[in-house]
Design a protein around this ligand. Structure first.
Ligand code: BGC
Length: 900
């Protein structure tokens, strides 16, 4: 393409007034350029004929299919013109948010307010909320970049249709420890390559809908422990090779309009005040031209953040505001150009997305059909994201004859479980697990909810209810409560709009079986429970565990009871302030009890499905999660499995949980993550075989938490507000890299996931070309192998390609994921597949050179069905060492769609 000619034409166009919309300028420029002897040839413009003109005038204004350099150049120039005319006061006010989620309007320059919404798993801030999608780990478990793009497009469409211009997601932090409270939001799993492969498609999917994506949280936001203060100590090589990689891929390939820097500190600097990360790496070395916004009130020092490279202080400029920054600009401490650059970056993104041209509707226009379309994507992600971890004797799929199925666990009858915090969507409609099972079961089947084995505050039996003595501001009221399932925000208080200060309930229960029973209480305060005078629950002071968005954590206890005997129950409650009722939180009291011993008829069911795990009660933003299952679930599941050999466990969680106490005893395990509002449909389809599972674990699940390679480097006890540092001294050896280095066998390995089909692998070979690598971004080798579906059922297999250097000169993991392919195969079908590798597949980060280095030497390229199920390998010898630039090299092979 004749760039000079094009540039001349553009330059002419840019003499237009800035009031003229960019798309008109661009179209004129392109017109002129094409008109001059038809000089625009080859590449995008000529190849698509008039397509570039059409898209320039279309939905996304200067986004769309015009060449990047043209769109960016025009927007840069227009943004410059606006910035030149702004006063210092206007600029300094522009770089602080509205106080909510939004970017301020500036009418004088036709800059509209930009409305943003949380978050990565659906549009939370509309009324009603948008579709609730499965957890990030579910998306990662699909290993499907095309589906990742569909998900991104769906989330982007929801965002636009529900009246926003910016969605505050997706999140691509790494799964480092099983404690990470926000693991459920994040889409990288434990592997940088997996995140790097999924992120660009999701972000481009969102942004092609004409809304901004916000890539978050930059960086090392891998735990919630003391989240505003915790300092992550991580060495540079580890940062580059693990934690930054998904961000790098997203920035270089998909160009997110916006990045959110995180709450944690990195090597001593608050993340939004880290010049090394924001300016040196992201903006200079990667060439990022969008803007960086702070996580909400993350900035401590406005001057430092401004100089480090944070462009806007959200939500309201507490650090970067006129009062703080004007004197510093006037005395030269902060160069004027630093402020100009921030405004420029934000304005440029408004221009690129056509937001200055009225593409900023705030109306909720989503139709029922549009919502259905999004639900379809949510269901597809759930179906491909559910991982079949174990399936002894082909227990699943369940038979197609009429069945008697027992379903246990309150999580099967509630709204689909989800994580707590800003990514929590309160689903407007949903299919829960039991309804999904009912819908998919063969006709004539009976599906029974075994409530006596389920901790369900909506059904908890008692001899004749409870008598509650409530007090508020010195007044006392007595009331009979049939159940203690009381939500103060939904009118349950006897004092109207005032919540009780305290309450005491007494009642009686009569168990129907002898043995262990579990009691659970969830309350926004201090609670104690006694059974016949014996205290089995006491949560101490009952105060919130973290200062920011505190969850309402339940407590439980067990006791052995006798069938037929009446027991006195006494509950004391004292409300404490600061609890949340939104984001998956709760203000009120919920009490339940259940038997851990099976009902006598449990063996007679054809199959039992136990739905367990965590949920917003136990994990989410602001606090770290348990690895051990709460509520005596281990004992419950083991007892059920002993009573019925056809027991399937459906696990809902945002990360790994301990399964050791029962996993050898149950027939099947489906790891269903948080499945979104269509989760029950997906589960039903998988249980009965309408959908063949194809998900693979994006994380390693350990047998014991102390097996995790980061265990020594997590400052237990959890959620301590005294922790100041987390030392990532395990370096590169997280997840399977660490398990392999230490020779520890996990419960379930990274990449593991079963299917109802069986697959054979064969003939693995690698062909290399182009050495030395002329272009960092090109394909330098191809791994070929054959996969055969050896079963009678159509199914999909995710084949994984790992690369390891045989005798590295520096410490390197034994092998690392560097490619994968998901193949659909008919019964008996056999296919030869090819997975491309680029130079980075062989590289490590050399901190002394600030460059990627590929060493001369021998490498093993292996192909597996999981990290611990290698099916074949080939040797590659690289005859020459080579250095790859931080600017040009890419963590993944550039996807075709991005080569425009
Ligand atoms: C979270 C962000 C979120 C923001 C706005 C913060 O607490 O960390 O992920 O986008 O709140 O709600």
């Amino acid at each position: 393409m004749n760039r000079y000619l094009m540039a001349a034409a553009i330059a002419a166009a840019l003499t237009c007034s800035i009031a003229e919309p960019i798309h008109a300028q661009a179209a004129a420029a392109a017109n002129n350029a094409a008109g001059v002897g038809g000089a625009v040839r080859g590449g995008v413009m000529a190849g698509r004929g008039g397509a570039a003109f059409r898209t320039l005038r279309g939905q996304n204004a200067v986004r769309g299919h015009a060449p990047d350099f043209l769109r960016e150049w025009i927007a840069d120039n227009a943004a410059d013109q606006i910035v030149r005319r702004m006063t210092l006061s206007e600029k300094l006010n522009y770089i602080g948010g509205t106080g909510a989620w939004d970017i301020k309007p500036l009418d004088r320059f036709n800059l509209p307010q930009i409305y943003a919404t949380d978050a990565s798993l659906g549009v939370r801030l509309s009324s009603p909320a948008g579709v609730s999608y499965p957890a990030g780990q579910a998306l990662a478990s699909t290993w499907n970049t095309a589906l990742a793009r569909d998900f991104g497009a769906s989330l982007g469409r929801d965002t636009r249709e529900l009246g926003f211009q910016n969605v505050l997601g997706p999140g691509f932090n790494m799964y480092r420890t099983p404690y990470a409270g926000r693991a459920f939001e994040y889409m990288s799993g434990e592997d940088p390559y997996l995140g790097a492969a999924l992120a660009p498609d999701i972000i481009d999917g969102i942004q092609q809908q004409g809304v901004w994506a916000t890539l978050k949280h930059l960086v090392a936001n891998d735990e919630e422990e003391n989240r505003l203060k915790i300092n992550v100590k991580v060495d540079e090589r580890t940062l580059r090779e693990l934690y930054l990689v998904p961000f790098e891929s997203a920035v270089k390939i998909a160009k997110p309009a916006n990045i959110m820097c995180s709450f944690n500190h990195i090597n001593g600097d608050q993340a939004c005040e880290s010049a090394h990360v924001e300016s040196d790496i992201v903006k200079k070395q990667w060439g990022y031209s969008g803007f960086i916004e702070s996580d909400y009130n993350a900035i401590i020092d406005g001057k430092k953040a401004a100089l480090a490279g944070t462009d806007i202080d959200m939500p309201q400029g507490i650090g970067m505001n006129e009062a703080n920054l004007r004197p510093l600009v006037e005395n030269g401490t902060i160069p004027q150009s630093v402020i100009d650059d921030k405004v420029h970056r934000i304005v440029k993104q408004l221009l690129l997305f056509g937001f200055t041209e009225g593409k900023t509707s705030t109306d909720n226009t989503q139709t029922a059909d549009e919502r259905l379309r999004s639900e379809g994507i949510a269901q597809k992600v759930a179906e491909e994201g559910i991982v079949l971890l174990k399936n002894a004797d082909s227990n699943l799929p369940l038979s197609s004859r009429p069945l008697r199925i027992g379903v246990i666990g309150q999580r099967s009858v509630s709204a689909p479980p989800a994580g707590f915090g800003s990514a929590n969507i309160d689903p407007y409609e949903y299919v829960n697990d039991i309804d999904g099972i009912r819908a998919a079961a063969p006709s004539g089947s009976t599906i029974t909810y075994i409530d006596r084995m389920s901790l369900d505050p909506g059904l908890t039996p008692s001899v004749s209810g409870f008598t509650g003595a409530y007090s508020y501001a010195g007044n006392t009221v007595t009331r009979d409560d049939s159940l203690i399932n009381l939500n103060w925000n939904q009118g349950a208080s006897p004092f109207g709009g005032n919540f009780p200060d305290a309450a005491v309930w007494s009642g009686q229960i009569r168990p129907t079986v002898s043995g262990d029973h579990v009691f659970k209480i969830r309350a926004d305060g201090a609670v104690r429970v006694q059974i016949n005078g014996k205290e089995i629950i006491n949560n101490g002071a009952g105060t919130v565990i973290t200062p920011t968005i505190p969850p309402t954590l339940p407590v439980s206890g067990t006791i052995s009871l006798k069938a037929g005997q009446v027991y006195d129950v006494s509950i004391q409650y004292e409300r404490k302030p600061d609890y949340f009722s939104t984001l998956g939180g709760f203000q009120g009291v919920q009490f339940s009890w259940a038997q851990l011993v099976p009902t006598p008829d449990l063996a007679s069911y054809d199959a039992v499905v136990v739905v367990g795990g965590l949920g917003s009660e136990y994990e989410g933003e602001g606090f770290d999660r348990p690895f051990k299952l709460p509520e005596a679930q281990d004992e419950l599941i083991a007892n059920i499995a002993a009573a019925n050999p056809h027991t399937t466990v459906v696990m809902h969680a945002g990360g790994g949980v301990s399964m050791r106490p029962w996993v050898d005893k149950v027939a099947s395990v489906l790891y269903a993550w948080y499945p979104g509002e269509m989760g029950g449909k997906a589960l039903g389809n998988i249980l009965f075989g309408a959908v063949n599972p194809s998900g693979k674990l994006p994380i390693t699940i350990e047998k014991y938490e102390s097996d995790n390679p980061t265990f020594a480097n997590y400052p237990l006890p959890q959620n301590s507000l005294q922790s100041t540092d987390i030392d990532y001294s395990e370096g590169l050896l997280t997840g399977y890299r660490g398990f392999e280095a230490k020779g520890i066998v996990p419960e379930f390995a990274f990449g593991h996931g079963l299917s109802y089909s069986t697959f054979n692998y064969g003939n693995v070979r690698v062909t290399m070309g182009n050495i030395p690598f002329l272009d960092d971004r090109n394909i330098v080798g191809t791994v070929r192998f054959r996969i055969t579906n050896t079963s009678k059922r159509e199914g999909a297999e995710v084949a994984q390609v790992y690369v390891g250097e045989n005798s590295p000169s520096v410490t390197r993991p034994k092998k690392e994921l560097k490619g994968f392919v998901k193949v659909d195969l008919k019964p008996g079908e056999s296919r030869e597949v090819a997975v491309p590798l680029n130079a980075r597949a062989f590289a490590w980060f050399d901190t002394s050179a600030t460059a990627w280095r590929v060493d001369r030497g021998a490498y093993t390229v292996s192909v597996g069905a999981a990290s611990d199920a290698i099916k074949g390998s080939d040797q590659v010898f690289l005859p020459r060492g080579q250095t790859l630039s931080v600017h040009d090299s890419l963590p993944i092979v550039m996807p075709d769609w991005a080569r425009r």
